[in-house]
Design a protein around this ligand. Structure first.
Ligand code: M6R
Length: 617
């Protein structure tokens, strides 16, 4: 996690760095810091708290004279969030400054060695160890910064994206990557360079960017082309300069109070973008290039294993239902973090589908590597173009949701379900496990989904009223069956992560095996009761809750009568096929969590302890 930025060029570095940190705050926001070099000395400011706190601190001291600087927004790993543990960290001499995203696993032994050589440490971080190791190598071996960084990185175990600055060589910076992402923005004629964890901090300045690959380091120097080398053996690498597709309005709030609300409302468009060119109802086909190119492999697959974390794992569970129902391929859905450390039975006949919005989740990345090493074919479903997972997969699809900045995943979830459902249908067609009439029906229904989501977003006011009633709840239960069981899990996750209300999602029938003991007149129970999904069974579950005085908030299909009479509140969704219903039932649950969190005064875009990209295991 953690966000890092850097600038070297001719403009005032501070506003570029501070605005960049604001855009990267989704990665972590325990503390923040900036190092500015004014031509003579290093000026360091770092504070516990958000970037806005840092901004207040620096405003007083910034002379506007610095054309070089680095910045950091932290998600704490080693050492509690406080001023001292914040980045940037300086070396003992004060000449070197570093920002780091990742974890140095062997930091304790390195720290001890450095202590024995007379180094003292101000912080509890692994990063301060790294910057001192670089300094020690630079002094002892009499080498330049780039070489010292390279030697040091060959001694460390762990993951990193780093930017290192040396006041004895103030016209350059050294950037390196292993496991954590880092991009370099290139100004016209190499007259300025930007460094950041993703390209968002510099898109208004340049569209030319290099994404370093794992095991690479770059030396950036004003007026000179970027030089990239492999860290391990110093082999020179040709820079792969890419044209950024990102635009500024995609990463701004656009009049919404929060990114999460903006992203909830972007879903009709995001789903449209996801199906564009893939769903072709007039021709009666679905075409997904990553899948078409590997059709034979999919058709011969004996099993699909889905690996993911969090919300993406919930999308995987929905896919388990659709792949099995339509394509008749057995599916297992695994938490990437568990899968990677088991010794799972994987064969060359297995296909692993890895789902990740960010494409940077450490556990998912590791699960992919493990599956590949055992000979499985890995297919990725990612949102962020060019991300680590997107690059490491054998093949894959993008969801095209656009940048998702709110920590709580919303449009990423619905677009993942969209693309996975299209895949299931496409495979079913190829395998002949769906009739052409049903296939056409699903194509037509899927095409209508963006409009239905837009219609559903109108329930906003009604959901707000319900949120008002339950904002002081301390517990909440979410129930669903079939395709809507994963939606119940997702609804509960949304509520707990942004409002800090304890919530659990359950398959409705499991309620009787334990959770029913929790139900009393203070327990809101959100029940997804769509008309085509085991409706009668759900009605019985609702009766059971009612008999125990639970408060029922039901998500029903338009025109429902039975549940309406029993529930305390109902939210209607437009009619659709059950397999597509998660794309609709999810929407009111997102809105409900959002409004409850806002009414409780929580920071919905940056909930406590969380970060958008979980790049540490
Ligand atoms: O980027 P990924 O999809 O790999 O992220 C996985 C989870 O960290 C993520 O879905 C997380 O659970 C969300 N914050 C939930 O809203």
């Amino acid at each position: 996690m953690c966000g890092i930025t850097g600038y070297i060029g001719y403009r005032d570095a501070y506003p570029i760095i501070i605005n960049g940190l604001k855009r990267l705050e989704y990665r972590g926001y325990d503390s923040a810091g900036v190092m500015l070099y004014d031509g003579n000395s290093i000026n360091l400011s770092k504070v516990k708290g958000k970037v806005s706190v840092l901004e207040e601190r620096v405003q007083e001291n910034n002379s506007g004279q610095s054309i070089i600087g680095i910045g950091h927004t932290r998600w704490a790993t080693h050492g509690i969030p406080n001023d001292l543990n914040s980045h940037p960290h300086l070396s003992q001499s004060g000449n070197l400054a570093i920002v780091h995203n990742g974890i140095i696993e062997n930091y304790a032994s390195l720290r001890k060695e450095l202590k024995d050589r007379g180094y003292t440490f101000r912080s509890d971080t692994d990063t301060e160890v790294l910057v001192n190791l670089i300094e020690e190598i630079k002094i002892q071996e009499g080498v330049k910064l780039g070489e010292a960084v390279q030697i040091a990185l060959n001694q460390v175990i762990g993951a990193y994206a780093i930017v290192v600055f040396d006041s004895e060589k103030p016209d350059e910076m050294v950037v390196a990557k292993l496991g954590s992402p880092i991009a370099i923005g290139i100004g016209k004629d190499n007259d300025e360079f930007f460094v950041a964890s993703d390209a968002s901090p510099f898109i208004e300045y340049t569209k030319d960017a290099i994404y370093l690959e794992d095991g690479e380091m770059a030396i950036i120097k004003k007026g000179r082309e970027v030089k990239i080398h492999k860290i391990q053996d110093d082999e020179e690498v040709d820079p792969n300069i890419q044209q950024l597709q990102l635009s500024l309005d995609q990463i701004e709030k656009g009049g919404y109070e929060h990114f999460m609300l903006k992203e909830i409302h972007e879903q009709p468009e995001a789903i449209t973008d996801t199906i564009r060119g893939r769903l072709l109802p007039e021709q009666g086909i679905i075409k997904i290039s990553g899948l078409e190119n590997n059709m034979k492999r999919f058709l011969n697959a004996e099993r699909i294993i889905i690996v993911a974390c969090g919300t993406s794992w919930h999308a995987g569970l929905v896919a388990e239902y659709s792949f099995e129902e339509f394509a008749r391929i057995p599916v297992e859905v695994e938490y990437a973090s568990e899968f990677r450390y088991r010794d799972p039975v994987i064969t060359e006949k297995d296909i692993v589908i890895a789902i990740s919005q960010s494409g940077e989740t450490a556990d998912t990345l590791a699960a992919i590597k493990m599956a590949k090493s055992k000979g499985a074919f890995v297919f990725g479903v990612c949102n962020v173009v060019g991300s680590s997972i997107a690059r490491i997969n054998d093949s894959g699809v993008y969801t095209h949701a656009g940048p998702e900045i709110g920590v709580a995943s919303t449009k990423a979830f619905t677009t993942q379900i969209t693309v996975l459902t299209l895949m299931a249908l496409r495979l079913a067609r190829a395998k002949g496990t769906i009739t052409s009439a049903d296939f056409r029906l699903y194509l037509q229904e899927m095409e209508l989904i963006p409009k239905k989501v837009a219609q559903l977003l109108q329930v906003d006011k009604h959901v707000k009223e319900i949120a008002q009633r339950y904002l002081l709840s301390t517990n909440c239960l979410y129930l669903g069956r079939g395709y809507n069981f994963p939606v119940a899990l997702e609804g509960a996750l949304k509520l707990k992560e942004i409002s800090y209300i304890h919530a659990e999602g359950y398959p409705a029938a499991e309620m009787k095996h334990g959770p029913i003991a929790l139900i009393d007149d203070r327990m809101p129970v959100i029940v997804i009761a769509t008309n085509k999904g085991h409706y009668d069974k759900i009605v019985s579950n609702i009766q059971e809750i009612k008999s125990r005085s639970g408060k029922i908030i039901a998500i029903v299909t338009e025109g429902d009568i039975t549940v309406k009479e029993m529930a305390d509140h109902v939210i209607e969704i437009p009619e659709t096929e059950e397999a597509l219903s998660p794309l609709l039932t999810t929407i009111p649950l997102q809105l409900l969590s959002y409004y409850i969190a806002v009414m409780r005064g929580c920071n919905v875009d940056q909930p406590r302890n969380l970060a958008k990209s979980v790049t540490v295991e």
